[in-house]
Write a protein that binds this ligand. Structure first.
Ligand SMILES: [Zn+2]
Length: 292
Protein backbone atom coordinates (compact mmCIF):
# COMPACT_ATOMS: atom_id res chain seq x y z
CA UNK A 1 0.00 0.00 0.00
CA UNK A 2 2.85 2.32 0.83
CA UNK A 3 4.11 2.01 -2.76
CA UNK A 4 0.70 3.00 -4.16
CA UNK A 5 0.55 6.03 -1.93
CA UNK A 6 3.97 7.04 -3.09
CA UNK A 7 3.05 6.60 -6.79
CA UNK A 8 -0.15 8.62 -6.30
CA UNK A 9 1.80 11.35 -4.58
CA UNK A 10 4.31 11.38 -7.41
CA UNK A 11 1.61 11.55 -10.14
CA UNK A 12 -0.14 14.40 -8.23
CA UNK A 13 3.17 16.22 -8.01
CA UNK A 14 3.74 15.78 -11.76
CA UNK A 15 0.24 17.07 -12.65
CA UNK A 16 0.71 20.07 -10.37
CA UNK A 17 4.07 20.73 -12.01
CA UNK A 18 2.49 20.62 -15.48
CA UNK A 19 -0.38 22.88 -14.36
CA UNK A 20 2.18 25.37 -12.99
CA UNK A 21 4.14 25.23 -16.22
CA UNK A 22 0.96 25.82 -18.30
CA UNK A 23 -0.01 28.79 -16.11
CA UNK A 24 3.29 30.51 -16.84
CA UNK A 25 3.20 29.82 -20.58
CA UNK A 26 2.57 32.58 -23.12
CA UNK A 27 -0.45 31.95 -25.44
CA UNK A 28 1.94 30.97 -28.25
CA UNK A 29 3.66 28.41 -26.01
CA UNK A 30 0.24 27.05 -24.94
CA UNK A 31 -0.73 26.55 -28.59
CA UNK A 32 2.55 24.81 -29.24
CA UNK A 33 2.03 22.54 -26.21
CA UNK A 34 -1.50 21.77 -27.38
CA UNK A 35 -0.23 20.82 -30.86
CA UNK A 36 2.47 18.63 -29.28
CA UNK A 37 -0.12 16.89 -27.08
CA UNK A 38 -2.44 16.23 -30.02
CA UNK A 39 0.56 14.99 -32.01
CA UNK A 40 1.48 12.63 -29.19
CA UNK A 41 -2.05 11.20 -28.88
CA UNK A 42 -2.49 10.79 -32.67
CA UNK A 43 0.98 9.25 -32.87
CA UNK A 44 0.08 6.71 -30.19
CA UNK A 45 -3.13 5.72 -32.01
CA UNK A 46 -1.40 5.43 -35.39
CA UNK A 47 1.45 3.46 -33.91
CA UNK A 48 -1.03 1.09 -32.33
CA UNK A 49 -2.96 0.77 -35.64
CA UNK A 50 0.18 -0.02 -37.63
CA UNK A 51 1.21 -2.56 -35.01
CA UNK A 52 -2.18 -4.20 -35.15
CA UNK A 53 -2.22 -4.32 -38.97
CA UNK A 54 1.19 -5.98 -38.93
CA UNK A 55 0.00 -8.46 -36.31
CA UNK A 56 -3.11 -9.27 -38.41
CA UNK A 57 -0.96 -9.76 -41.51
CA UNK A 58 1.31 -12.14 -39.56
CA UNK A 59 -1.67 -14.15 -38.28
CA UNK A 60 -3.25 -14.29 -41.75
CA UNK A 61 0.03 -15.58 -43.13
CA UNK A 62 0.15 -18.20 -40.38
CA UNK A 63 -3.40 -19.38 -41.20
CA UNK A 64 -2.56 -19.49 -44.91
CA UNK A 65 0.52 -21.59 -44.22
CA UNK A 66 -1.46 -23.95 -41.97
CA UNK A 67 -4.19 -24.40 -44.62
CA UNK A 68 -1.58 -25.05 -47.31
CA UNK A 69 0.06 -27.65 -45.07
CA UNK A 70 -3.26 -29.45 -44.39
CA UNK A 71 -4.16 -29.27 -48.07
CA UNK A 72 -0.84 -30.80 -49.05
CA UNK A 73 -1.27 -33.64 -46.56
CA UNK A 74 -4.88 -34.23 -47.68
CA UNK A 75 -3.79 -34.36 -51.32
CA UNK A 76 -0.99 -36.81 -50.52
CA UNK A 77 -3.36 -39.01 -48.55
CA UNK A 78 -6.03 -38.84 -51.24
CA UNK A 79 -3.59 -39.57 -54.06
CA UNK A 80 -2.36 -42.66 -52.26
CA UNK A 81 -5.90 -43.92 -51.68
CA UNK A 82 -6.92 -43.14 -55.24
CA UNK A 83 -3.90 -44.92 -56.69
CA UNK A 84 -4.74 -48.00 -54.64
CA UNK A 85 -8.34 -47.89 -55.86
CA UNK A 86 -7.26 -47.64 -59.48
CA UNK A 87 -4.97 -50.62 -59.09
CA UNK A 88 -7.84 -52.61 -57.62
CA UNK A 89 -10.23 -51.53 -60.33
CA UNK A 90 -7.74 -52.44 -63.03
CA UNK A 91 -7.47 -55.94 -61.61
CA UNK A 92 -11.24 -56.35 -61.65
CA UNK A 93 -11.95 -55.12 -65.14
CA UNK A 94 -11.60 -57.15 -68.24
CA UNK A 95 -10.46 -54.53 -70.71
CA UNK A 96 -11.32 -56.67 -73.71
CA UNK A 97 -15.04 -56.20 -72.99
CA UNK A 98 -16.53 -52.97 -74.21
CA UNK A 99 -19.64 -51.58 -72.56
CA UNK A 100 -22.58 -50.24 -74.55
CA UNK A 101 -22.98 -46.44 -74.30
CA UNK A 102 -25.94 -46.62 -71.92
CA UNK A 103 -23.97 -48.69 -69.39
CA UNK A 104 -21.02 -46.28 -69.26
CA UNK A 105 -19.84 -46.34 -65.68
CA UNK A 106 -18.81 -43.12 -64.01
CA UNK A 107 -18.19 -43.16 -60.27
CA UNK A 108 -15.48 -42.47 -57.72
CA UNK A 109 -13.29 -45.19 -59.27
CA UNK A 110 -14.16 -44.59 -62.90
CA UNK A 111 -13.70 -40.99 -63.97
CA UNK A 112 -15.17 -39.56 -67.14
CA UNK A 113 -13.24 -39.91 -70.31
CA UNK A 114 -11.39 -36.60 -70.36
CA UNK A 115 -12.92 -33.96 -72.61
CA UNK A 116 -16.05 -36.03 -73.30
CA UNK A 117 -19.14 -33.91 -73.95
CA UNK A 118 -22.35 -35.63 -75.08
CA UNK A 119 -24.56 -34.34 -77.85
CA UNK A 120 -27.21 -32.49 -75.89
CA UNK A 121 -30.92 -31.82 -76.25
CA UNK A 122 -32.72 -29.31 -74.05
CA UNK A 123 -35.80 -30.95 -72.54
CA UNK A 124 -36.79 -27.97 -70.38
CA UNK A 125 -35.36 -24.46 -70.26
CA UNK A 126 -31.94 -24.77 -68.65
CA UNK A 127 -32.00 -28.57 -68.51
CA UNK A 128 -30.35 -30.73 -71.15
CA UNK A 129 -29.67 -34.46 -71.51
CA UNK A 130 -27.88 -36.74 -73.94
CA UNK A 131 -29.93 -36.51 -77.15
CA UNK A 132 -30.34 -40.30 -77.20
CA UNK A 133 -32.44 -40.29 -74.00
CA UNK A 134 -34.50 -37.12 -74.56
CA UNK A 135 -37.52 -39.04 -75.85
CA UNK A 136 -37.54 -41.42 -72.86
CA UNK A 137 -37.26 -38.54 -70.38
CA UNK A 138 -40.12 -36.63 -72.02
CA UNK A 139 -42.33 -39.74 -72.03
CA UNK A 140 -41.63 -40.49 -68.36
CA UNK A 141 -42.39 -36.92 -67.28
CA UNK A 142 -45.54 -36.78 -69.43
CA UNK A 143 -46.83 -40.06 -67.96
CA UNK A 144 -46.11 -38.86 -64.43
CA UNK A 145 -48.10 -35.73 -65.16
CA UNK A 146 -50.93 -37.81 -66.54
CA UNK A 147 -50.94 -39.75 -63.28
CA UNK A 148 -51.63 -36.44 -61.53
CA UNK A 149 -48.08 -35.86 -60.28
CA UNK A 150 -45.81 -32.84 -60.38
CA UNK A 151 -42.28 -34.00 -61.03
CA UNK A 152 -39.68 -31.26 -61.30
CA UNK A 153 -36.23 -31.51 -62.81
CA UNK A 154 -33.71 -30.25 -60.30
CA UNK A 155 -30.55 -31.10 -62.25
CA UNK A 156 -29.73 -32.73 -65.58
CA UNK A 157 -26.51 -32.48 -67.61
CA UNK A 158 -23.76 -30.75 -65.64
CA UNK A 159 -20.40 -29.94 -67.18
CA UNK A 160 -17.22 -30.94 -65.33
CA UNK A 161 -16.62 -27.23 -64.62
CA UNK A 162 -20.06 -26.88 -63.10
CA UNK A 163 -19.41 -29.97 -60.96
CA UNK A 164 -16.19 -28.36 -59.75
CA UNK A 165 -18.18 -25.36 -58.54
CA UNK A 166 -20.83 -27.57 -56.87
CA UNK A 167 -18.12 -29.56 -55.08
CA UNK A 168 -16.17 -26.46 -54.06
CA UNK A 169 -19.25 -24.68 -52.71
CA UNK A 170 -20.27 -27.71 -50.68
CA UNK A 171 -16.76 -27.95 -49.19
CA UNK A 172 -16.66 -24.24 -48.37
CA UNK A 173 -20.00 -24.50 -46.52
CA UNK A 174 -18.66 -27.33 -44.39
CA UNK A 175 -15.41 -25.50 -43.58
CA UNK A 176 -17.51 -22.47 -42.59
CA UNK A 177 -19.47 -24.76 -40.26
CA UNK A 178 -16.21 -25.55 -38.49
CA UNK A 179 -14.95 -28.70 -40.22
CA UNK A 180 -11.29 -29.11 -41.05
CA UNK A 181 -10.28 -29.12 -44.71
CA UNK A 182 -9.91 -32.91 -44.73
CA UNK A 183 -13.18 -33.57 -42.87
CA UNK A 184 -15.01 -31.25 -45.29
CA UNK A 185 -13.44 -33.04 -48.23
CA UNK A 186 -14.44 -36.51 -46.99
CA UNK A 187 -17.97 -35.43 -46.07
CA UNK A 188 -18.48 -33.64 -49.38
CA UNK A 189 -17.12 -36.56 -51.41
CA UNK A 190 -19.75 -38.80 -49.80
CA UNK A 191 -22.58 -36.49 -50.88
CA UNK A 192 -21.34 -34.84 -54.04
CA UNK A 193 -19.54 -36.66 -56.83
CA UNK A 194 -16.02 -35.42 -57.48
CA UNK A 195 -15.55 -33.35 -60.61
CA UNK A 196 -15.04 -35.73 -63.53
CA UNK A 197 -16.68 -38.51 -61.54
CA UNK A 198 -20.29 -37.45 -61.80
CA UNK A 199 -22.83 -39.14 -64.05
CA UNK A 200 -24.42 -35.78 -64.63
CA UNK A 201 -21.54 -34.99 -66.98
CA UNK A 202 -22.59 -37.97 -69.14
CA UNK A 203 -25.99 -36.41 -69.75
CA UNK A 204 -27.54 -39.73 -68.66
CA UNK A 205 -28.57 -38.70 -65.14
CA UNK A 206 -31.41 -36.61 -63.80
CA UNK A 207 -32.28 -35.33 -60.35
CA UNK A 208 -36.06 -35.44 -60.09
CA UNK A 209 -38.05 -34.05 -57.18
CA UNK A 210 -41.62 -33.42 -56.15
CA UNK A 211 -42.80 -29.84 -56.55
CA UNK A 212 -44.35 -30.28 -53.09
CA UNK A 213 -40.98 -30.94 -51.49
CA UNK A 214 -37.79 -29.48 -52.91
CA UNK A 215 -35.19 -30.65 -50.37
CA UNK A 216 -32.60 -33.16 -51.51
CA UNK A 217 -32.78 -35.41 -48.49
CA UNK A 218 -34.22 -38.78 -47.53
CA UNK A 219 -37.67 -37.33 -46.94
CA UNK A 220 -37.95 -36.93 -50.70
CA UNK A 221 -38.72 -40.67 -50.90
CA UNK A 222 -42.01 -40.13 -49.06
CA UNK A 223 -43.48 -37.92 -51.77
CA UNK A 224 -46.01 -39.35 -54.24
CA UNK A 225 -43.70 -38.28 -57.08
CA UNK A 226 -40.67 -40.17 -55.74
CA UNK A 227 -42.79 -43.26 -55.08
CA UNK A 228 -44.17 -43.24 -58.61
CA UNK A 229 -40.73 -42.72 -60.15
CA UNK A 230 -39.10 -45.47 -58.07
CA UNK A 231 -41.83 -47.84 -59.14
CA UNK A 232 -42.11 -46.92 -62.81
CA UNK A 233 -38.78 -45.50 -63.96
CA UNK A 234 -37.48 -48.84 -65.28
CA UNK A 235 -40.25 -48.83 -67.90
CA UNK A 236 -38.56 -45.81 -69.45
CA UNK A 237 -35.04 -47.20 -69.11
CA UNK A 238 -34.13 -45.56 -65.80
CA UNK A 239 -32.85 -46.90 -62.49
CA UNK A 240 -32.67 -45.38 -59.03
CA UNK A 241 -28.92 -45.12 -59.11
CA UNK A 242 -27.99 -44.73 -55.44
CA UNK A 243 -30.29 -46.99 -53.42
CA UNK A 244 -30.25 -47.23 -49.64
CA UNK A 245 -27.85 -49.73 -48.05
CA UNK A 246 -25.60 -49.70 -51.11
CA UNK A 247 -23.25 -46.83 -50.28
CA UNK A 248 -20.37 -49.25 -49.81
CA UNK A 249 -20.72 -50.18 -53.48
CA UNK A 250 -21.78 -46.94 -55.15
CA UNK A 251 -19.68 -44.68 -52.92
CA UNK A 252 -22.63 -42.29 -52.71
CA UNK A 253 -25.28 -42.00 -49.98
CA UNK A 254 -28.92 -42.89 -50.68
CA UNK A 255 -30.32 -40.38 -53.16
CA UNK A 256 -34.05 -40.94 -53.74
CA UNK A 257 -33.96 -38.28 -56.50
CA UNK A 258 -31.07 -39.36 -58.76
CA UNK A 259 -32.13 -41.40 -61.81
CA UNK A 260 -29.80 -42.85 -64.37
CA UNK A 261 -30.64 -44.00 -67.89
CA UNK A 262 -29.36 -47.48 -68.80
CA UNK A 263 -31.96 -48.50 -71.39
CA UNK A 264 -35.16 -50.49 -70.86
CA UNK A 265 -33.62 -53.95 -71.01
CA UNK A 266 -30.88 -53.30 -68.43
CA UNK A 267 -33.18 -51.18 -66.25
CA UNK A 268 -35.70 -54.00 -65.97
CA UNK A 269 -33.01 -56.52 -64.93
CA UNK A 270 -31.27 -54.20 -62.48
CA UNK A 271 -34.55 -53.15 -60.85
CA UNK A 272 -35.96 -56.66 -60.65
CA UNK A 273 -32.85 -57.96 -58.89
CA UNK A 274 -32.36 -54.91 -56.69
CA UNK A 275 -28.70 -54.55 -57.56
CA UNK A 276 -26.55 -51.56 -58.37
CA UNK A 277 -25.10 -50.55 -61.73
CA UNK A 278 -21.64 -51.48 -60.41
CA UNK A 279 -22.74 -55.03 -59.59
CA UNK A 280 -24.61 -55.36 -62.87
CA UNK A 281 -21.59 -54.24 -64.90
CA UNK A 282 -19.31 -56.60 -63.01
CA UNK A 283 -21.62 -59.47 -64.00
CA UNK A 284 -21.86 -58.12 -67.52
CA UNK A 285 -18.06 -58.23 -67.85
CA UNK A 286 -17.95 -61.75 -66.52
CA UNK A 287 -20.75 -62.96 -68.81
CA UNK A 288 -19.27 -61.28 -71.87
CA UNK A 289 -15.75 -62.49 -71.15
CA UNK A 290 -17.10 -66.01 -70.46
CA UNK A 291 -19.09 -66.05 -73.71
CA UNK A 292 -16.12 -65.19 -75.88
ZN1 LIG B 1 -27.79 -36.40 -59.22
Amino acid sequence: MKVFMRIRKYIGWCIKGIQRKIKHMTPAQKRLAMVAMIGLVVGCFMGNGIGRAAEQKRSEKKVKEAVAEVQKKADEKFNAVEKKMYELQDELIDHSVELPWNLTLVNGLHPMEEGYVPELTEIQPGYSVDTRIAKAVRKMLADAEEAGLNVEICSAYRSVERQERVFGDSMKDRVKDGMSYWEAYEETALNVALPGKSEHALGLALDLISNQYSELDEKQQTTAEAKWLAENCYKYGFILRYPPEKTNITGIVYEPWHYRYVGEEHAAKITERGITLEEYIQEYYEAEAGGQ
